[in-house]
Design a protein around this ligand. Structure first.
Ligand SMILES: [Fe+2]
Length: 231
């Protein structure tokens, strides 16, 4: 029997956060307030409401979110531990954090968080049929695509390839309320269309890693207190 060895994967971390129900309800109310502040006609829009482009991109500066982000920080450290990365070399910063609200028949098209290193998403509310989290491969660098053009949605439809962990145009993760998912910010991701009448709500967090000490290291961002803004 032949043996296959797999390497160079894209990995996403998922864990249950165990947030107190009362606190989670308070956060949902907080998101609802922002959501209602803006007159967003969801019926006219087939993409979800995302707070980052509506003036609500610094949730980490609000006191009410402090316990949530403190908990997420622990999961980010755990994620690095699993990946065997010496996370203690870095200071981690929340740079941009925001809510998303998806209503029925809406989705979030595939995108990347280009300015960030690590992205964490906490699911405040994830009703059934709310639309899975979907990842796409880095299309120009698919290691197993030996014949250029082999990997495409069309080739899945016409039966040339069967999606698997070896070669797939997309992969999804099952999500439930109170899950946190962590992945590299550069990974292309989006959501499937929601078929739920209930709102799907998440909190996204973009995190940047900065060196604690840069003296003997060529790469990575040096400590923030050594930066100097143009006069
Ligand atoms: Fe995203």
């Amino acid at each position: 029997m032949a043996e296959m060895t797999h390497f160079f994967p894209l990995s996403a971390y998922k864990a249950k956060v165990g947030l107190d129900e009362t606190y989670r309800a308070q956060l949902i109310e907080n998101v609802e307030n922002d959501f209602e502040d803006k007159e967003f006609d969801y019926k006219a829009d087939d993409t979800a409401w995302t707070g980052d482009v509506r003036g609500f991109e610094f949730l980490h500066l609000r006191d009410i979110y402090e316990p949530l982000f403190r908990t997420i920080s622990g999961h980010v450290r755990e994620y690095y531990k699993i990946l065997n990365v010496a996370g203690d070399v870095f200071d981690f910063y929340y740079t941009r954090t925001w809510a998303t609200v998806t209503q029925t028949q809406q989705d979030i098209p595939a995108h990347r968080h280009k300015q960030s290193h690590i992205t964490a998403v906490y699911y405040l509310n994830f009703p059934e049929e709310a639309g899975k989290l979907i990842f796409e491969p880095d299309w120009d660098h698919v290691q197993n695509e030996s014949i250029p053009g082999l990997l495409s949605g069309q080739n899945v439809k016409n039966g040339l390839i069967q999606p698997s962990m070896f070669l797939s145009p997309a992969a999804s993760i099952d999500i439930a309320t109170d899950d946190v998912v962590i992945f590299p910010s550069k990974a292309s991701h989006g959501t499937a269309k929601s078929n739920s009448r209930e709102k799907r709500m998440s909190i996204s967090a973009d995190i940047v890693a900065v060196l604690k000490e840069s003296g003997e290291r060529e790469f990575f961002l040096p400590p923030l207190d050594k930066w100097k803004k143009f006069a």
